[in-house]
Write a protein that binds this ligand. Structure first.
Ligand SMILES: Cc1ncc(COP(=O)(O)O)c(C=O)c1O
Length: 498
């Protein structure tokens, strides 16, 4: 039997104690910070949505309200879903479904990230948090990441709650929680909450900027041939419709030379350049570009910087301010492992006013970042479950995550590089790559290799032919085992021999 306890205060140490020493307990956490939250809590109590509340720091509320205890286990299980959904108003609901993982995290807490990166017993516990298929080795996590169980269950719970009375729970209850989520995302990204808009993906975030920036005919935009197709197509559309001019950088990759990259961008800057787009991590090969150096060079010339961080956010450990971005877009369903269809747009505060929203807003020229959130009806369950992905990410730890992902990439890539006819198309140095890497086999088309890996070894990768890039991209994730990567190396070797 599981006992579930709702904590009414941000008291992570108390929650941890319960997870560690009372294994039959699951804990939920609700932070009651304002009068609005108290009123909401009271309405939950009156609606008999709250089952049991741990009384730490709750004396005032507990004397004010009457809390119902669970009548029986079935009732308890039915109600807890509602507690979760309702508690989400605070945005700080946190769940720990796997006490073993919390225990493992506590065990490695004092160790250096590089040391934890090779601690297979810790990563074994992390693997248990996912529900990935045992019948397929998925090494295309670069496309989209699986969510851990805790995030999937949060989506289901919020969705069930929303379906009790959609307009009430979605718009009157859960929608109010967006501000707490915005704060959590801002903390993770290292910016102000007023600079964060929550949306559905990188494409939406970046195209909001591409189509929303006020540019005149003849204004120039610098971008690379290696940028993501959606962004390239959006800029091309503006060029066709409005006569803005696109100036192309063509990078030879991989590179370990920041000066080379910087020079290639600077060569395209002119007096007419208004914006430069920088893909922080090139999705095809995993190359990390020296974003801050490019941004500094751009800012010296009065050029604004748009960063495509689809692949770098919650993958490598940084804050937006480290990049020098004026505008920044990412998908949260990639490396943060949030639900599919979740994204973030950042705009440096003074610039919000001048960017037109894609969808009409009451004050399109206003300074409120929320003008970019007029997306119509959408899944509030997906949005609200982002908070659980943040909790999971923070439990693993951003530095530990980055170190592990790089370790996994190097593990297979160093072995593969020694196989005759195999060529790595990604640098293995920490400054230039993390989890994503690409290889090619001399004399073989990427599709041929991709099919061989899948048909003979049930290994799912992706073949890429784009501009001057041709190869197979391999992307492990936190749940990938060394055994899976050994199998990959065996498969590459077998393919190279054919
Ligand atoms: C570099 C880059 N930018 C943007 C995107 C678009 O992401 P989404 O499909 O989540 O909008 C991707 C997707 O893989 C990408 O790799």
């Amino acid at each position: 039997m599981k006992i579930t306890i709702l904590f009414i205060k941000n008291w992570p140490s108390a929650r941890l104690v319960f997870c560690l020493f009372v294994p039959i307990c699951k804990t939920w956490h609700l932070s009651v910070e304002s009068k609005r939250h108290h009123i909401f809590l009271k309405s939950l109590v009156q609606a008999k949505k709250i089952i049991y509340i741990w009384p730490f720091g709750f004396q005032r509320l507990s004397s004010q309200y009457h809390f119902s205890k669970m009548a029986n286990r079935r009732d308890f299980i039915q109600k807890i879903g509602a507690v979760v959904g309702g508690a989400a108003l605070s945005g700080t609901l946190s769940t720990v479904f796997a006490p073993q993982l919390a225990q493992a995290a506590a065990r490695v807490a004092g160790l250096a990230p590089q040391q934890v990166a090779t601690d297979e017993s810790f990563w074994y516990e992390v693997r248990q948090a996912f529900t990935t298929s045992p019948n397929l080795i998925n090494l295309n996590n670069g496309g989209v990441s699986p969510s851990p169980k805790v995030v999937q269950e949060a989506v289901e719970t919020y969705n069930r709650l929303a379906n009790e009375a959609p307009t009430y729970y979605m718009w009157r209850v859960l929608d109010g929680n967006r501000e707490a989520l915005r704060m959590n995302l801002a903390r993770l990204a290292g910016c102000l909450p007023e600079e964060v808009a929550i949306n559905r993906n990188s494409s939406e975030a970046l195209e909001t900027i591409i189509f929303g920036l006020p540019l005149q005919r003849g204004d120039e935009v610098v971008l690379t041939k290696q940028d993501y197709p959606n962004m390239i197509q959006a800029w091309k559309q503006r060029a066709i419709r409005e006569g803005i001019v696109l100036k192309w950088v063509n990078l030879e990759l991989p590179t370990e030379d920041d000066d080379y990259v910087l020079k290639k961008f600077e060569e395209q800057f002119t007096d007419k350049t208004k914006v430069v787009q920088v893909t922080h991590m090139i999705n095809w090969t995993g190359q990390i570009l020296p974003c801050k150096k490019i941004a500094d060079a751009a800012h010296k010339r009065g050029i604004e910087v748009l960063v495509d961080a689809a692949h770098s956010f919650a993958h490598i450990n940084y804050k937006i301010s480290d990049l020098g971005a004026d505008y920044f877009g990412t998908s949260l369903h990639k490396w943060l492992c949030a639900p599919f269809g979740s994204g973030l747009l950042y705009i440096r505060k003074p610039l919000i006013k001048k960017v037109w929203p894609l969808f009409g807003a009451v004050e399109p020229e206003g300074e409120d970042i929320k003008k970019f959130e007029h997306l119509g009806t959408r899944s509030i369950a997906i949005e609200q479950a982002i908070g659980h992905a943040i909790n999971f990410h923070e439990l693993i730890g951003a530095e530990r995550k980055e170190a592990r992902l790089r370790y996994l990439k190097n593990y297979w890539a160093e072995k593969a590089a020694k196989i005759p006819r195999v060529k790595l198309l990604t640098s293995l140095k920490a400054n230039y790559s993390c989890a994503l890497a690409m290889f090619a086999i001399e004399g073989k088309e990427p599709t041929e290799v991709d099919q061989f890996l899948f048909n003979k070894f049930k290994i799912h990768t992706v073949s890429i032919t784009w501009e001057n890039i041709k190869g197979i991209r391999v992307t492990p994730h936190l749940y990938t085992s060394l055994k899976d990567l050994d199998r990959l190396v065996e498969a590459i070797e077998a393919c190279a021999k054919t």
